[in-house]
Design a protein. Structure first.
Length: 129
């Protein structure tokens, strides 16, 4: 009788398993970017000394570009566009799993963008000084 009761409860117990929540942009930044760019994005992470090129201060992106260039930031993180000045030290995060994609619509065009990429970009925009 007890076994039968436990078997009957099994689907309900399975439904109560904790659901893994998506990481915030800050969490993703701390996991993937802070080692080089530092915990506050100032370019002073613990791996800076081992790199051949200076690491940019990510809190001044908007000041350097006269506004926050979301597309360029996403493209740089993803690895699509690194520019001629880029040292090559930064990994191409787009080659890995950046989460499910969502369609972001702008000017009538829908672009699939990974949720992790959007989250990190939103976080970087939020720390502009």
């Amino acid at each position: 009788m007890t076994r039968l009761f436990l078997l009957a409860l099994a689907p309900f117990i399975a439904a109560c398993e904790p659901v893994e929540r998506e990481k915030s942009g800050r969490d993703l930044y701390l996991d993937d970017c802070a080692a080089c760019h530092g915990p506050q994005g100032k370019g002073d992470g613990p791996l800076v000394a081992s790199l051949d090129a200076p690491v940019p201060d990510l809190t001044t992106i908007a000041a350097r570009y006269g506004g926050f260039p979301r597309d360029q930031v996403m493209s740089t993180i993803d690895g699509l566009d690194r520019g001629t000045h880029f040292s090559g030290a930064m990994p191409e995060f787009g080659a890995g799993d950046m989460g499910d994609t969502i369609i972001v619509e702008r000017d009538g065009l829908g672009t699939p963008i990974p949720t992790g990429l959007l989250a990190i970009t939103d976080y970087l925009e939020s720390i502009q000084s």
